[in-house]
Write a protein that binds this ligand. Structure first.
Ligand SMILES: [Ca+2]
Length: 281
């Protein structure tokens, strides 16, 4: 008897959990905007603007120059470009590189729906382009397949596309040393969708150990050939590298721990939902 009551209680509890987490039945949601591949400040000028969307019943309909717009502010002049929808992304490729130090607004307006007619909510994101090639920020990329989640990779986000031939281990290019001045060699993978260079190490970086990362200045924009402004003081004539000293810990939720930084300037403003590496696998 007790066992039966126990089973019934368990069944009720289990059912409540299922309803709480899944809902009462299958329910398709409207198309939902997930993330953008650009921030809000110092945005690169040769950008393909990408919005990742979650679509229950693809494909999307109504993706065109009426619903997807890039406007130059404050005049709200529409920027000409190619607009298309591919897999789970709405993409706008401007015909020409954007102007530097200029404010824009990327708009998704009413009129986009999935095949069942569910409408996507309008969204917009304003941003300002950069006028100089800089490191956007740096973060560790953990291997979550194992615990503790060790770091085999470091991600370096640039403010615009980099010429990949300069993304190599070398003084003036990119170096990583530990506190004993031992070089940590790596291979580089580059993801132009998000102007991201990933340094992949053969062995994990050790937790709670000090590392020194130097980037540039002999890395050049693939847009205009401009040299990297490593110390982010808006001058390239000083030929300063980006340099930071960091550790990382066992805390899965924590990113890179900047201990000391000679040239690490204030972080850029980010859009609320920016796409990261895993959105572009
Ligand atoms: Ca500088």
């Amino acid at each position: 008897m007790n066992i039966v009551i126990f089973k019934i209680k368990n069944f009720i509890l289990f059912s409540i959990i299922i309803v709480l987490f899944i809902g009462c039945g299958p329910e398709e949601h409207q198309p939902v905007a997930k993330c953008l591949n650009f921030g809000v400040s110092n945005v690169r000028r040769n950008l393909h603007l990408i919005l990742s969307v979650s679509v229950a019943r693809p494909p999307l309909e109504g993706v065109d120059s009426q619903t997807v717009k890039l406007l130059r502010l404050p005049s709200e002049t529409q920027v000409p470009g190619t607009i298309y929808y591919s897999n789970d992304r709405i993409i706008l490729i401007p015909d020409n590189p954007l102007n530097e130090s200029t404010q824009y607004r990327f708009e998704i307006n009413e009129g986009i729906s999935d095949v069942s007619g569910k409408q996507m909510d309008p969204i917009y994101q304003e941003f300002t382009t950069g006028d100089i090639f800089q490191v956007y920020y740096v973060d560790v990329l953990r291997n979550y397949s194992y615990s503790p989640a060790e770091v085999y990779s470091i991600g370096i986000y640039f403010s615009e596309g980099a010429n990949t031939s300069h993304l190599i281990f070398g003084e003036g290019n990119i170096t990583v040393y530990d506190e004993n001045n031992m070089a940590q060699f790596f291979n580089v993978a580059y993801y132009d969708d998000v102007a991201l260079a990933v340094l992949n190490f053969d062995y994990p970086l050790e937790m709670d150990k000090l590392y020194i990362l130097r980037i540039g200045p002999y890395i050049y924009s693939n847009l205009d050939g401009e040299m990297l402004d490593g110390d982010r003081d808006n001058q390239v004539s000083d030929m300063e590298a980006f340099e930071m000293r960091f550790k990382y810990s066992d805390d899965m939720g924590a990113g890179i721990d900047i201990l000391d930084s000679i040239t690490f300037a204030q972080p850029y403003n980010e859009s609320i939902s920016r796409c990261f590496l895993w959105e572009f696998d």
